[in-house]
Design a protein around this ligand. Structure first.
Ligand code: UD1
Length: 368
């Protein structure tokens, strides 16, 4: 049984489901329903050829306690009814922690894909989810050596740690050619949320995603970010697919018109995986607080400013051979790093085993 709940899970479970197809194994896919909009969920199932979930828990939005609690209550019923041998969870969203606790409680074995990542930032709900999930997991699939070291430091049995590479890069490898064939003018025009002439020049735009509570939930912080991002947009137009949380906050803090109404900003609905990859491939600089984009830009060699003060993915940083700089939400730091990013060499730097074959390694290990 594998679990998805929020957008970043879909591209991690799609290759796992595909890799399982060659084996005589029954696979039950459970969607907790944390993300429920078409743009945030169904569009990904269609594009990534992921089968409809067998079960949808219909949890929806709410506080951390509501989402985790409701997921546990609903998931327990499903688990007891299906009695899976293994529950496979991915990443660090609320579904990951909630379902792994219940699985362990009912003696199913838990495999965590993307285990061992640590930001050591306990203000992030994702850090709580990572630590809790790893505490109750039986098998740990890791992306790089720093994750192995974190787990060993926390007392995990070395034999249960299995370095397999990055499953999200399986999806990138699988989708890359199809993404490259998309016409950006076409999907940008279709997804615009404010009337704007559509210009697209390869290598001539900045690409922004931003949704972390630490960046968007405080009006002062968000206003400062908007100010500096508009300055950067003078260098190159800023393409901005807007996460629902960020849309709500921009409206609530009266920043929508100033940012989204600016002629140098191309504000878009949330894009599909393939559309986003198309834009990432040729962005001059990516600015993001997403975990996945830090990894994708590292593999592609695209300069990335990570709008966070820390990262659970140190392998993506320039000093470790990646392409990203940590800039937090400090305007001076963002301006300085941006200048550096403009001159950065575009050197693809995939870490070991980020080769498109991670899911096969995972399936073989679970079956063994
Ligand atoms: C969640 C994950 C985060 C991940 C992100 C990717 C946790 C703790 N966080 O954060 O790790 O990077 O997903 O997107 O699990 N909303 C909609 N439509 C939807 C989904 C959400 O309008 O389909 C709205 C909700 O009503 C809510 C806001 O967006 O107001 C935030 O959603 P929520 O599920 O709380 O967390 P994310 O910020 O998306």
């Amino acid at each position: 049984m594998s679990i998805v709940g929020a957008r970043p899970n879909f591209m991690k479970v799609a290759p796992f489901a595909r890799a399982l197809r060659g084996y005589a194994v029954e696979h039950v896919l459970v969607h907790t329903g944390q993300h429920y909009d078409h743009d945030m969920s169904k569009a990904f199932f269609d594009e990534l050829e992921l089968a409809e979930p067998d079960v949808n828990l219909g949890v929806g939005s709410g506080s951390y306690a509501y989402q985790v609690g409701q997921t546990m209550i609903e998931f327990e019923k499903v688990l007891v009814s299906y009695k899976p041998d293994w529950v496979v969870v991915v990443g660090d969203v609320n579904a990951t922690a909630a379902c792994s606790i219940i699985a362990r409680r009912h003696q199913a074995r838990v495999a965590h894909i993307e285990a061992g990542l640590r930001s050591n930032d306990w203000e992030m709900p994702e850090e709580i989810n990572r630590v809790v999930t790893d505490r109750v997991s039986n098998l740990f699939f890791t992306t790089d050596s720093s994750a192995d070291e974190n787990l060993l430091r926390e007392g995990v049995n070395p034999e249960a740690i299995c370095r397999v590479g990055n499953i999200m890069i399986d999806t990138m490898a699988y989708e890359r050619e199809r993404a490259a064939r998309l016409d950006p003018i076409d999907f940008i025009a279709r997804n615009l949320v404010a009337a704007r002439p559509v210009a697209f020049a390869s290598g001539g735009y900045l690409l922004l995603t931003m949704h972390r509570p630490s960046n968007v939930d405080d009006p002062g912080t968000l206003a400062e970010l908007v100010g500096v991002l508009l300055e950067l947009a003078e260098t190159a137009p800023l393409i901005f697919p807007i996460h629902p949380r960020t849309k709500l906050r921009l409206e609530e803090f009266d920043l929508w018109d100033r940012f989204v109404g600016h002629p140098r900003v191309l504000p878009l609905k949330p894009l599909t995986y393939r559309e986003m990859l198309r834009l990432t491939l040729e962005a001059r600089v990516v600015l993001t607080d997403s975990g996945g984009l830090q990894e994708e830009t590292a593999v592609l060699g695209v300069p990335c400013l990570t709008l966070r003060w820390n990262t659970e993915r140190p392998v993506t940083l320039i000093e470790n051979g990646g392409t990203s700089q940590l800039v937090g939400n400090n305007p001076t730091r963002i301006r300085d790093a941006f200048q550096m990013a403009l001159t950065q060499r575009r050197t693809p730097a995939p870490p070991a085993l980020w080769d498109g074959h991670t899911a096969e390694r995972i399936v073989k290990r679970i079956l063994r």
